[in-house]
Ligand binder design. Structure first.
Ligand SMILES: C[S@@+](CC[C@H](N)C(=O)[O-])C[C@H]1O[C@@H](n2cnc3c(N)ncnc32)[C@H](O)[C@@H]1O
Length: 260
């Protein structure tokens, strides 16, 4: 059976490519609506695992945060510095897997998410490991820009985002998040953003439809494409590290960006 599916793969890719060229992907509003329904539905074991709660990921939960921190430290060292120790903001903080690793070394941890219960869980996890204050910031998935007023322009020293860009509704939406990062960062601040990269294989390209089914492949980028998108948003890409496969998934690129 599996072999028969393998044989069908080229045909499936061909049909998907035609589908995309015909403009039959869903528009941004539809994908945003489906994404909002999925995340705020907060329903079941799959949701908990997709939200990276400890109960959902099991022993992988610790590995996620440790790997994010190790890669971030390595990237920051390329510029000759460590990670900034002031105010750190994580976009899409989920169940706190990264927060528990980064918060102990910063003055304040700002957790941004579209789900209130994930913000509670993130704050609970950080309180178990350190006394760094956590500021939860709940955003509306359709209006992410509101965060700039809530948190403050030029107010963050480190902007983090892991396992989120792949599930943003579209590349256009991703560009909005990059502009938000630019507005939130203080002079001298750093952003570390992980994206899922695409290759020449059509199956790795952004889906931009059927959110619930394909959320982890909703939005992908060729590596130079993301580099240019970040630059167009007013950030300066400095270094990229590729992780072709990890224990959760595959084709990850971690970008270190600064304000020009
Ligand atoms: C896969 S989890 C990642 C959690 C955490 N960053 C980690 O690496 O463990 C995705 C998180 O992104 C949140 N999310 C989904 N869409 C978002 C959006 N447009 N903006 C911010 N957060 C979003 C979800 O609620 C969920 O908590």
């Amino acid at each position: 059976m599996a072999r028969r599916f393998e044989a069908l793969r080229p045909a499936v890719h061909y049909v998907r490519a035609r589908w995309d060229r015909l403009g039959l992907r869903q528009d941004d509003h539809e994908v945003v609506a489906e994404a909002t329904t999925y995340w705020t539905g907060a329903d079941g074991g799959r949701w908990q695992s997709d939200s990276h709660w400890e109960d959902g990921l099991g022993e992988l939960w610790h590995a996620v945060g440790r790997e994010s921190l190790a890669i971030s430290e390595r990237l920051a060292r390329v510029l000759g510095d460590g990670l900034p120790a002031g105010r750190t903001l994580e976009w899409g903080a989920g169940g706190g897997a990264n927060a528990v690793e980064f918060a102990p070394a910063c003055e304040e941890f700002v957790a941004v998410d579209v789900v209130a219960s994930s913000l509670d869980e993130c704050a609970r996890q950080v309180a178990r490991v350190c006394s760094t204050p956590v500021r939860p910031v709940l955003i509306d998935l359709a209006e992410p820009e509101a965060v700039v007023e809530q948190v403050g322009e030029d107010s963050c020293d480190l902007f983090l985002c892991f396992y989120v860009f792949e599930l943003l509704p579209s590349q256009e939406y991703a560009a909005r998040v990059l502009e938000i990062a630019r507005d939130l960062l203080a002079p001298g601040g750093l952003a570390i953003i992980q994206v899922k990269y695409s290759t020449n294989d059509v199956s790795t390209w952004s889906r931009r439809r059927a959110y619930r089914r394909d959320l982890a492949s909703m939005t992908t980028f060729a590596v130079p494409e993301f580099w240019e998108l970040a630059a167009a948003a007013g950030l300066r890409p400095r270094v990229v590290e590729l992780v072709p496969r990890n224990r959760l998934d595959q084709r990850y690129a971690y970008f270190l960006l600064t304000l020009p």
